[in-house]
Design a protein around this ligand. Structure first.
Ligand SMILES: *Cc1c(COP(=O)(O)O)cnc(C)c1O
Length: 388
């Protein structure tokens, strides 16, 4: 198989059936049949690699996972029902009571809840560093630290973390470096190239790309994935064959879609940066981004998320949302439809102002996920919504 991204995305396929289908069919089956007693015995003894039961594997999920593994330069992977299924199962499979995590403070909201509410139930604690304080990471490491965790770009403030720098720290202290690569997709950034041990995706976002199905995946070193697979095979967070079929089809167009998303997002970011009602814009491929050089080093393009701060704080943010006509107000991102959210009055309203500021959420911050509409139409909508 060619190593080129687009060719792998289109050509990695499950074996054809007797019907010689061109497009991979949907294998809606919970289990698989055996030829005889010996076949069944050998299959359960794992002497042969074959599908037994769709909680373990299914041709559709295998095709989806094989593509992500190839795209990320990983050795193996496992697909989950959601991105959070992937995040939780990865921690649960690899950590024991008394272990410790060091994580970037800027992580997805549910991941933060996992660290603060649920993992502590099993005596697993997390220490945090700020995105601009990588020099403090080493001081947080304890003898029981097992995992170094980060997202880049971060949700929702679009900060960038230097993956190579994190990997050097992880190697020095023998930690596993786990990266949530959701905002970048396997097309824009491959954390394994910079030293990550495991890469997690919420496939719900740009990998689906059309706001239809939920999904998640973890890929990386084979011995780590084996632990994650065995844990998941017994606990049941598997991706459904239908979602895997949809997502594998989506991957065929990932490169062309994401190229266009990034082209549109850059134009929107440039428009917003020049607008008088906007205090600042955060987009990884704008030279004004604080980690522009790092973004250029580790990403192919800047992604589709543009964060910007409207002058006038919370009230101005709410007013802006109310004036939006074409774009959607929705919690999703990475959809073909442009979506705008105002974290301070919605997803992060329960946090104190101090906690919000710590993760880069100022009162007037808007997160926009730029879609595939004709970009001038999106800009026109944002422009009229910014008028006071
Ligand atoms: C959405 C998201 C998740 C969770 O994914 P789900 O599929 O919604 O469970 C995890 N990490 C990041 C960065 C996300 O944006």
């Amino acid at each position: 198989m060619s190593k080129n991204f687009e060719t792998q995305a289109v050509r990695i396929q499950t074996e054809r059936s007797q019907f010689s289908e061109h497009s991979t069919p949907l294998f809606l089956t919970s289990s698989f049949v055996f030829d005889d007693a010996e076949d069944m015995r050998a299959s359960f003894a794992e002497e042969k690699q074959r599908n037994l039961y769709s909680r373990f594997s299914n041709p559709n999920t295998t095709e989806f996972v094989d593509k992500i593994v190839a795209m990320e330069g990983a050795e193996a992977g496992y697909a989950f029902a959601t991105g959070m299924g992937a995040v939780f199962s990865t921690f649960a499979a690899l950590l024991s009571a008394g272990d410790h995590i060091v994580s970037s403070r800027s992580v997805f909201g549910s991941t933060h809840s996992l660290f603060t509410k649920y993992l502590p139930k099993w005596n697993i604690e997390t220490s945090y560093f700020k995105v601009n304080e990588l020099d403090k990471v080493e001081s947080l490491i304890q003898p029981n630290t097992k995992i170094l965790y980060a997202e880049s770009p971060t949700n929702p403030a679009v900060d960038i973390l230097d993956l190579e720098a994190l990997s050097q720290i992880a190697k020095k202290y023998n930690l596993l470096l786990v990266i949530d690569n959701c905002f970048a997709t396997p097309y824009l950034q491959n954390p394994i190239k910079f030293g990550a041990d495991l890469v997690i995706h919420s496939a719900t976002k740009l990998i689906d790309g059309q706001g239809r199905v939920l999904g998640g995946v973890t890929v990386g070193k084979v011995e780590l994935i084996k632990e994650i697979y065995l844990f998941s095979r017994n606990t049941g967070p598997a991706m459904s064959p239908f979602n895997a079929w949809v997502l594998s089809k989506s991957l065929e167009t990932l490169a062309v879609r994401v190229d266009k998303h990034c082209e549109n997002a850059l134009k929107v970011a440039q428009f917003l940066e020049a607008h008088a009602a906007v205090n600042f814009v955060k987009y990884p491929f704008l030279p004004s981004h604080p980690q522009y050089e790092v973004a250029k080093k580790q990403m192919r393009l800047g992604g589709n998320i543009v964060a910007f701060e409207i002058k006038g704080g919370i009230e101005a943010g709410r007013k802006f949302l109310n004036k939006i006509k074409l774009c959607s107000l929705s919690a999703n991102l990475g959809d073909s439809r442009t979506i705008v959210t105002h974290p301070a009055s919605t997803t992060h309203s329960k946090l104190s102002e101090e906690d919000r500021l710590e993760v880069g959420i100022t009162d007037g911050l808007v997160r926009s996920s730029i879609g595939l509409e004709f970009v001038d139409d999106v800009i026109k909508d944002l422009k009229q919504a910014l008028e006071v």
